[in-house]
Every structure is written in C-alpha cells, then in structure tokens.
Write a protein that binds this ligand. Structure first.
Ligand code: NAD
Ligand code: UGA
Length: 463
C-alpha cells in the first residue's frame, strides 16, 4: 500500500523532528503530529519558527518549509487517527514510579491509551508503528488491544525504533546509520513493512534499511542504548583509575579508539551520561532480564547505571574535597545545565545531581546555560524533592552570561560541553574570581595548558 496520510501521536523530541523530516522528504504524504499537550502543539504552530518547543540545529528551517504544506500539528487526535493509513506512536515511556516494577520497568500507560484510542476510532485497516522505545514483546500487547475492537478492522504492527541523538537529531534523521523496521513474517506483515520501507526510501539508501522480525527490532533498540551507555561507563571507570595512577584518560581513549575493533566514538570520559533514555532503557532491560529469571544478565547491565551514579557523585565530592572540604557559602559557577550540548533538554542531566550534592553542602550556585531557562533549572531541582522549593531558590541563581556567573566565584564546574565555553576570554574570567580559582572540567573541553598558564587550578576528569 502506498501511504498518503501519516499520523504521529506524540509531538515530543522524537515525534516532532522525525515527522518534520518525513514531511520534508515526502511532500506527497500528509503528516499530522498530534498531542494531548495543547501548549506544546500551540508552540509547534508558533508563527515564529525559532520559538518551536524543541531546540535542534536545523529543525526550525525544516518546519518552516513543510509546516502548512504537508506537515500539521494538532490536538485533534481522533481526526488524525481516523484519516491516516499509518499511525506512529511516539509517546513517552518513562520509568514506572509506582506499583510492580517501580523504579525499573517502563511505564506503558501512555502506549496503552494510544492503542485503545486507535482501536476506538479506526474504521478502516491501519498500520500502527511503534516509534517509542518499548520493552521487547510490547507489540503482542498492542495487538491484543487492537484486535479486540470487534469492528473488523485489520491492524498490522511494526516496530521502527528511533536512533537519533538530541543535538544532532536533524542530521541523524537526514543521514541515518540505519533504519530498522520489524514486522510480522506473514504476507500482510511483509506488505506493511514494505509500505514503511517505501516512505524511508524517499531519502535513505536501500542498503541502510534493515528489516527484521518484531521482537528483534524491539530488543535491538534497548541493546543499542545499553551498548552506547556501557562504553561511557567503561571509560568513566577507567577515568577514576587514571586519576590514581598518573595515566590520562584522553590519551587512553585515543589509544584504544585507534583499534578498529573498538573505534573512537563514545569514549569521552565525563561527569556521567544524562538524557531521558540511557538510564530508563537500561533499567527496563534489567527489569526484563529479571522477569525471565536471568539474574546474571540483569546484574551485568545494572553495573552501567551504578557506575554512572558513582561518577556524578565522585565529581561533586571532588569539588568539595578540593575546596578544602567545605563549600558552605562559597559561590560556585555551573556552566551548562542541559544534558549535552545543542539541546535545551535537561532530563536526567548530570548537572542536576551535581547541583543537588553541592546544595546539600550549602554552596551558593550560579548557573549559566545558553538554552535552559532558570525556571526549568529550579523545577529540575524541585523534582528531586531533596529539600523545599524555597530552600532550592535560596541556593541557586541564574546568570545571563558565563562571565557574570563566574564573577567572584571560588570555582567553576563545567557540566555541558557547549562549544562557546571553549572560546571565552578565560583570562578575564580568572581575573574576576576568588583566588585560588578552580576549574572542574566535567567534560574535558578546555585547553589544560592554557588554563594552567593563566593561573587556574584545573581538574579535568581522569587525569
Ligand atoms: P517526549 O516526552 O518529549 O514526548 C512525548 C509526547 O507524547 C508528549 O508531548 C506527551 O504529551 C505526548 N503524549 C503522551 N501520551 C499521549 C497520548 N495518549 N496522546 C497524545 N499525546 C500523548 O518524549 P520523547 O523524548 O519524544 O520520547 C518518546 C519516545 O521515544 C520514548 O519512548 C523514548 O524512549 C523514545 N526515544 C527518545 C529519543 C530522544 O532523543 N528523546 C530518541 C530515541 C527514542
Ligand atoms: C542516545 C543515543 O545516542 C541515541 O542513539 C538514542 O536514540 C537516544 O539516546 C535515545 O534512545 O533517546 P542522546 O541521549 O540524545 O542519544 O544523546 P547521546 O549523544 O547519546 O548522549 C547521551 C549522554 O552521554 C550525554 O549526557 C552525553 O554527554 C554523554 N556522553 C556521550 C558521554 O559522556 N561521553 C561520550 O563519549 C558520549
């Protein structure tokens, strides 16, 4: 079947950019992105495309090109479902905060709601595409809900996980390493797979479109994230050993990365990985393994999270220890709050946990992030419920520039690798600080020799 109308449920970090690129590359297909969140949809429809709700380099231009032509954002979920031949489910699948599997399993309530709504509204056959990251065998549950509508509509369920990374979403979508599509091995399943292959074939080379069975596709997504996060925890584990032994983790990463079997990517030691997915997806994997009684498998992957938590705590401990074991009433400038550069997303950002530890020690924090608002910073801290919101506000402030954030500070902690941090006038910053002036470079982005020549006490990760 040739697809002419697509609906995507969920206008978030995945649904928005993914559908914008499909719409741009397939002008013959009408793409409608729907969400229950009226504010978010209103922001996607903002006339001024620079104020759309998600910041991603290159995204505003694509939205400007396709919006109103064949790309639409709406809160009318039922209408969009009714009209579409293919429905992507791109809603959030956070870690459960209640009941069985609390703190580990993926919360599938939003997914189930989508399935029930599709079942209720659909009057003709539909292809339902899992775009959200889901536990292996979720398609079975979806199929069971969809097939019990009693109105004779046939559904095909495909798994088409998304591999984009935030900050590079547009380039990842335009030139993906691969597109993965899992479906039933029946003739109808095969037909559905080919319909989705044809959509991507508008801009992706055929050899990059991989088709598998549904379960392999669902599990490959969790596996990819687990392997990526594992590399970061592996290099971070080595960073601690480097600090004890005089080895330099950047040199170690370079040396091992030149082995073509290991490769150079994802070996940057850091204050710890953040983002909405690595932790959630690994916890989900651990939960799945446990639920099959595979305890050694579960324990193996859980170590990736344990190491990451240790790295964040180790970083804040180091700040306290270095500042003569007390940061009470000392001003510390935090540069960066987003979980990585080029995004305004702060979910699970290491900065939140470092700030929380430092506030426990009664430090006074001033944050500068080029894309994150102060209200977001406060709400991230309040969400932890470590103390009252009022108390958080007493300990943290925002600055309009990094220069302002660093003025009179005892120390600077670099928590996000924003490019602009590299090109600052560091001499000017040093001159405005308390002495000795410390820099804790949680991303290893600054020139160590230059910083030391200026007079900073410089501490990176793993050296
Ligand atoms: P998000 O929270 O940014 O967006 C999800 C949206 O779905 C929200 O706007 C929410 O209002 C909406 N929603 C929830 N239930 C709904 C319903 N019943 N009807 C209509 N709208 C509904 O989440 P995200 O970051 O886009 O992630 C979505 C999924 O994609 C997750 O499973 C995630 O693991 C996966 N994923 C995310 C990324 C990423 O970089 N963020 C990358 C790959 C995969
Ligand atoms: C990650 C994956 O890279 C995507 O393929 C996947 O689609 C996505 O998760 C998802 O499922 O949500 P994302 O979390 O957006 O993407 O960003 P990454 O570039 O993977 O960075 C994750 C975290 O790891 C960031 O905090 C980053 O700073 C950190 N990181 C990354 C390191 O500390 N060191 C590295 O070498 C690389």
């Amino acid at each position: 079947m040739s697809i002419t109308k697509i609906c995507c449920i969920g206008a978030g970090y995945v649904g928005g950019p993914t559908m914008a690129v499909i719409a741009q590359k397939c002008p013959q297909i009408q793409v409608t992105v729907v969400d229950l969140n009226q504010e978010r949809i209103a922001a996607w429809n903002n006339e001024d495309v620079t104020t759309i709700p998600i910041y991603e380099p290159g995204l505003a231009e694509i939205v400007a090109e396709a919006r109103g032509r064949n790309l639409f954002f709406s809160t009318d979920v039922e209408k969009a479902i009714d009209e579409a031949e293919m429905i992507f489910i791109s809603v959030n699948t956070p870690t459960k905060t209640y009941g069985k599997g609390k703190g580990m399993a993926a919360d599938l309530k939003f997914i189930e709601l989508c399935a029930r709504q599709i079942a209720k509204v659909a009057k003709d056959n539909k292809i339902v595409v899992e775009k959200s990251t889901l536990p292996v065998r979720t398609a079975e549950a979806l199929k069971s809900i969809l097939d019990h509508t009693g109105n004779g509509v046939q559904f095909q369920i495909l798994s088409n996980p998304e591999f984009l990374a935030e900050g590079t979403a547009v380039s990842d979508l335009l030139a993906p390493d691969r597109i993965l599509i899992g479906g039933d091995t029946t003739p109808e399943g095969e037909q559905a797979i080919q319909s989705l292959v044809a959509v991507y074939a508008n801009w992706v080379a055929p050899e990059k479109i991989l088709t598998t069975n549904v379960w392999s596709s669902e599990l490959s997504k969790l596996t990819a994230n687990a392997f990526l996060a594992q590399r970061i925890s592996s290099i971070n584990a080595m960073s601690e050993l480097c600090e004890q032994t005089g080895a330099d983790v950047n040199e170690v990463a370079r040396a091992i990365g030149m082995d073509s079997r290991i490769g150079p990517k994802f070996l940057k030691a850091s204050v710890g990985f953040g983002g909405s997915c690595f932790q959630k997806d690994i916890l989900n994997l651990v939960y799945i393994a446990k639920s099959y009684g595979l305890h050694e498998v579960a324990d193996y992957w859980e170590q990736v999270i344990i190491m990451n938590d240790h790295q964040k705590r180790r970083f804040s401990n180091k700040i306290v220890q270095t500042l003569y074991n007390t940061v009470a009433d000392k001003k510390i400038a935090l540069l960066g709050w987003a979980f990585k550069k080029d995004t305004n997303d702060t979910r699970e950002s290491a900065a939140i946990y470092v700030a929380d530890d430092l506030i426990n020690e009664e430090a006074r924090l001033t944050v500068y992030d080029p894309k994150v608002s102060f209200s977001k910073i406060l709400s991230d801290l309040d969400y932890l419920e470590s103390r009252t919101p009022g108390k958080n506000k007493e300990h943290i402030a925002a600055a309009a520039t990094a220069y302002e954030a660093c003025q009179n500070a005892h120390a600077i902690a670099i928590l996000t690798e924003w490019d602009e941090f590299r090109s600052y006038d560091w001499q000017k910053i040093y001159d405005s600080m308390q002495k000795p002036a410390f820099v804790f470079d949680g991303r290893n982005i600054l020139d160590v020799d230059q910083m030391k020549a200026i007079g900073f006490v410089y501490l990176g990760i793993g050296a």
